[in-house]
Design a protein around this ligand. Structure first.
Ligand SMILES: [Zn+2]
Length: 490
């Protein structure tokens, strides 16, 4: 940050949209000046965090027996439209139809998700029940979707992707995998990245095109909009039938296998890390995912060159020592300490070590937390102090996020009540609901109109909340079968 670049100037609570845009640019997460709408450059600081998201997911799915593969980005037109419901993606698909100056004989698509690319090949790979279960995934790829409005890490025409595509002999095994996908979200998104979420079973009118059921962990962004962090789909035998994936079962009879796919939203998780943890100073990062975990800043004086030299020397010693265990940056650039503090705070560096003349005298340092206080620490006890501060920092990030989510859930029994709440409330509302099957969609449409955008997210999964016997659907007044969560979304 040079002197003419200010820190974050928009307050997060009052102007989230502007705050978010500033953090993305000023903390150097992405460059949005690439020149093509909806395409961004992932800068090193942001991409480091993205790699951490990928690594955590890869480790988790591989522990479940998934093997990585890589399919082409392109797909044949006839493959894209094989599953009738899935073909609903077509209005958003980008096509490659010209080569040089000539129209191509066969155009191809760059699809937003891999089913149509992968399943025709699966039809050639599996012959027998002995070939299953098969668990495959692709990672660190990008996909395309023709979005009209785009925002970094929330919506883009090109966005980062990760997907598993599993094939099983029985539906029971497929449902077990969906449970494992849920556990992956718990371990990676909640425990590692400290993002709280509700895990929903989506209503049928909002499920993945072609799936029997869709399950999603959803969090809230500070503007109150639902951020879908991942989705896992019970595909039943729908795609197997459409793509002719057949196996001989134990009785030597031909059978369609059962499939699941799981797609954590790499960008969406990144957006949640920015939005949920950040504060008015900028980014806040759990210790493990910060590109730089500890920054060392010397407080030197041009008028006292000898003393300054000693301070620099001490900083270098500490840098060497701490680098054995942590990602450390010694910032000896020619800027004022205050300016450096602001820059590293904005970029979310969890710990800062300052060394000035007084500290040198006392053989101590000042240790400052990104979220929390600053205190003097004797150098001989710095190691253990850092360890306890890391725990303290992560715990406070986790607690803040949990309170943030708890504060954003309300209840409503009547549509008028919901409409009133939705005018001010930025979050989820729990309401009694008639049906999450097809017949509940009309109520969802009406609710969306009345509340200017609130929609059913789904019922809690795996354990659905009980609805009291006397309660009625907030819209149609028929007996309520579910408690659903309602929110506005991106
Ligand atoms: Zn209803």
């Amino acid at each position: 940050m040079s002197k003419n670049q200010k820190g974050i100037t928009a307050p997060k609570d009052q102007d989230f949209s502007e705050w978010y845009t500033q953090v993305v640019q000023k903390a150097e997460l992405a460059d949005i000046r690439f020149g093509l709408a909806g395409f961004i450059v992932h800068r090193p600081w942001g991409f480091f965090i993205i790699k951490k998201i990928y690594e955590a997911l890869e480790k988790e799915v591989e522990s479940q027996g998934h093997q990585a593969f890589l399919f082409p980005r392109a797909v044949k037109e006839e493959h894209l439209t094989k599953e009738a419901e899935h073909a609903g993606f077509i209005p958003e698909v980008l096509w490659v139809s010209e080569a040089g100056t000539k129209k191509m004989d066969e155009r191809f698509a760059l699809p937003p998700t891999g089913e149509a690319q992968i399943y025709p090949t699966y039809a050639m790979w599996f012959r027998s029940h002995r070939d299953l279960p098969f668990k495959g995934y692709q990672t660190r790829i990008s996909v395309f979707r023709n979005e009209m409005t785009t925002r970094p890490f929330l919506r883009g025409r090109e966005f980062l992707f990760f997907e598993t595509h599993d094939v099983f002999n029985t539906h029971k095994e497929a449902l077990d995998q969906i449970q494992l996908d849920f556990e992956t979200c718990e371990k990676v998104i909640r425990q590692k990245f400290k993002i709280p979420f509700f895990y929903f079973k989506r209503p049928v009118w909002d499920k993945f095109m072609g799936a029997d059921n869709t399950f999603t962990p959803d969090t809230l962004m500070p503007d109150g909009k639902r951020n879908q962090l991942a989705s896992t789909h019970d595909l039943g035998q729908n795609f197997a039938k459409a793509y002719d994936i057949k196996i001989k079962n134990k009785d030597e009879k031909e059978q369609f296998p059962y499939q699941t796919c799981f797609g954590p939203g790499i960008w969406r998780i990144m957006a949640a890390i920015i939005g949920v943890h950040g504060d008015d100073q900028g980014l806040v990062l759990p210790f493990d995912i910060a590109p730089t975990q500890i920054v060392i800043i010397p407080i030197t004086f041009a008028k006292k060159p000898e003393l300054s030299k000693k301070i620099i020397q001490k900083c270098k010693e500490l840098e060497k020592k701490l680098s054995k265990d942590y990602r450390v940056k010694f910032d000896d650039r020619d800027f004022s300490p205050g300016l450096k503090y602001n820059e590293w705070e904005m970029k979310g560096v969890p710990l800062r070590v300052e060394i000035g003349p007084r500290d040198l005298e006392k053989d101590s340092v000042m240790l400052a937390l990104r979220v929390g206080e600053k205190s003097p620490v004797k150098i001989k006890s710095l190691d253990s102090k850092i360890k306890s501060k890391i725990k303290e920092l992560d715990k406070s990030i986790e607690n803040n996020a949990k309170h943030y989510m708890d504060d954003r859930v309300r209840d409503a029994k009547y549509l008028s009540e919901l409409t009133k709440i939705m005018k001010k409330h930025r979050g989820f509302v729990r309401v009694p609901w008639c049906s999450i099957e097809k017949d509940g969609e009309k109520c969802d449409d009406k609710m969306r109109e009345e509340t200017q955008g609130a929609r059913v997210c789904g019922t809690l999964y795996p354990k659905e909340e009980k609805v009291s016997k006397s309660s009625t659907c907030i819209v149609c007044k028929k007996a309520a079968k579910h408690i659903v969560y309602v929110a506005k979304s991106y």
